[in-house]
Design a protein around this ligand. Sequence first.
Ligand SMILES: [Ca+2]
Ligand SMILES: [Ca+2]
Length: 164
Amino acid sequence: MWKYVFTIACLHNLVSVYCQTGSCRDGYTRHANSCYRFHHVELSWPESVTFCKATGSYLVRVETEAEHDFLKLKAKEMLGTYPLYSFWIGATDAVENGKWLWADILTRLVYTKWALGQPNNSPGEDCAGLYYQGGYDFGDWVCRTLLHPICEADLQVQGETVIG
Ligand SMILES: [Ca+2]
Ligand SMILES: [Ca+2]
């Protein structure tokens, strides 16, 4: 039973038979098998992609409801700390309008939860984020808008435990 629960928990963030034991670097918060950092800096979406990459991470991929719920909770904790309240995520439809991809792996979004009225693509809003006014569900913006990046990094693995 526990083995099953543990496996499902791990699969939320990693399509693998492994559940990792590991840690996050300083400044990052762990959820499932990933580490996250909300940044104060205000950047455009392309700058945010570069920023995360430069710190050994990627602009966050919100791939499950559990991951989204975790990020929403964290974002709400940040209220008052940030001058702007919306955050960039790693999705763009710049290649083909309406076809949203995770930019770093060029994979179509499977999980999505757009805020009411989003994406409104008005006009040329090709980059996605967590929309403060929409309860941190997804919204789309013109990519040069200045928002805060959330970077996601893989766990620093010290050892791996095979489940099952
Ligand atoms: Ca993720
Ligand atoms: Ca929009």
